[in-house]
Design a protein around this ligand. Structure first.
Ligand code: DC
Length: 222
């Protein structure tokens, strides 16, 4: 395994921007594992466009469908059977389906080898929910980025408004709390703070400050 900087944390903690910048600064490849989960969810959303509640599918049904899914990831873009779906997977509806499907062990097992294969040839910065705990437990460096639900909801609210989506702050907060509950309480690879991860509360920090802290920590222990 090559060098892995593993970064976990809840949605809205600033992981993506920070991870991309850290990868750039270190000359590592950036791996957004949420995008892989989202691509799976996108496939299911198209295939089963008549359902909202993916808990209606049995594990066997999900496993059967997974056999049809071919995902590739390159330079921060994700491809489903060769089609670049990177923009479609950002839809909040897909985020919701992703949160449901990612609780399933069959989905997590399906994506595990793909995630690990990235670290076979090149050094990477991998972000997600279980990078430090399950996928790369022996990562070179581990970080956990956090922020209060209010701060994360505010970030989500501003982001969605900016991209033209209609949402209230209360809805954004409800989504954040709901997502946290599901990510943290699921049986399979729940989001938790690894004992050996460096914890950063980003609530009162700018992105630049978070990036500096991470880079300093990486250089310190290198
Ligand atoms: O980081 P994100 O918002 O793109 O992630 C979308 C969903 O995918 C989120 O609800 C949790 C799930 N996810 C996961 O379970 N494990 C990962 N390693 C990455 C994402």
């Amino acid at each position: 395994m090559k060098k892995v900087v593993a970064i976990d944390g809840p949605s809205g903690a600033g992981k993506s921007t920070v991870s991309k910048e850290i990868a750039k600064a270190l000359g590592f490849q950036y791996l957004d594992t949420g995008a892989l989960y989202r691509a799976v969810a996108y496939y299911f959303s198209i295939k089963f466009n008549y359902i909202d509640d993916f808990s209606l599918l049995t594990e066997q049904e999900i496993e059967e469908e997974l056999k049809n899914i071919k995902i590739h990831y390159k330079n921060g873009r994700v491809f489903l059977s060769g089609e670049d779906v990177s923009d479609f997977i950002r839809d909040p509806k897909i985020g919701e389906i992703t949160s449901q499907l990612s609780t399933q062990k069959v989905v997590r097992d399906f994506l595990m080898p793909l995630q690990r294969s990235f670290a076979e040839k090149v050094d990477i910065v991998a972000e997600g929910r279980d990078m430090t705990t399950v996928v790369f437990p022996d990562a070179w460096k581990k970080f956990y980025l956090d922020a209060s639900p209010q701060v994360r909801a505010k970030r989500r609210f501003e982001q969605l408004i900016e991209s033209g989506k209609k949402i209230t702050f209360e809805e954004a907060l409800r989504d954040v709390i709901e997502r946290d509950k599901r990510d943290c309480s699921r049986e399979n690879a729940p989001l938790r703070i690894s004992k050996d991860a460096f914890y950063i509360d980003t609530s009162e920090l700018t992105l630049q400050e978070v990036i500096s802290i991470v880079l300093k920590k990486v250089a310190e222990d290198a």
